[in-house]
Design a binder for this molecule. Sequence first.
Ligand code: PEP
Length: 250
Amino acid sequence: MARRTLIAGNWKMNGLIADGIALARDVAAGAAAAGKAELLLCPPVTLVSSVAAALKGSGVAVGGQDCHAKANGAHTGDISAEMLADAGAQYVIVGHSERRTDHGETDGVVRAKTEAAWRAGLSAIVCIGETLAQREAGRTLPLLEAQLRGSIPAGATATKLVVAYEPVWAIGTGKTPTVAEVADAHRHIRAVLGGLTTGADAVRLLYGGSMKPANAPELLAIADVDGGLIGGASLKAGDFLAIAAASTTN
Ligand code: PEP
């Protein structure tokens, strides 16, 4: 099953308007030369619409980093999936470990947000991953399975769902699992997804956690790794594009 590689940048809480637009323009300018991967930028919500405008015509997509489960209402400070779509987003990240940790988001909350994304016509990038303690206790694969079962609503398709495997201990730390550990995790995620949706073979599985130009070739070459969710390295256009260029298969 051919799955187009997706290289997604998660800017997190970084970027004022001028810097964000300049970064988006630099990515857009280099996108064609960086190969065939689909590129996606997920800026802070204040930048979604201006980044969407800066990327217009480049083929680079825009996404949000989170959304509320409801479409509107008395939820001060929150943003709905409909608002993100209205601002030009095609994707939204849900269940990032920083949201799970900083905001106490459970699998049930992530599932409701995924449904909200689909309701608004967005593709949801659902993040799952183990802590170091869970890995050391040998609980990684059962934990990933529980997170998938709890976070993914019925009716998932390859256009509506992307899954990002992000070991919590690898995010922003410079540490990464071995190629064998990533391959094991992704093989297991693919198998569990097979029981949750009929189109599991077509769903893209991203690896995230300290992916850089130097380690991208070996991570992106793993059979069930269909792209990357990139934090720190997405803040430099050259690094982000070099990661994209490292995916040579499709
Ligand atoms: C992330 O936050 O999704 C991430 C992968 O961050 P980093 O690349 O900085 O580890």
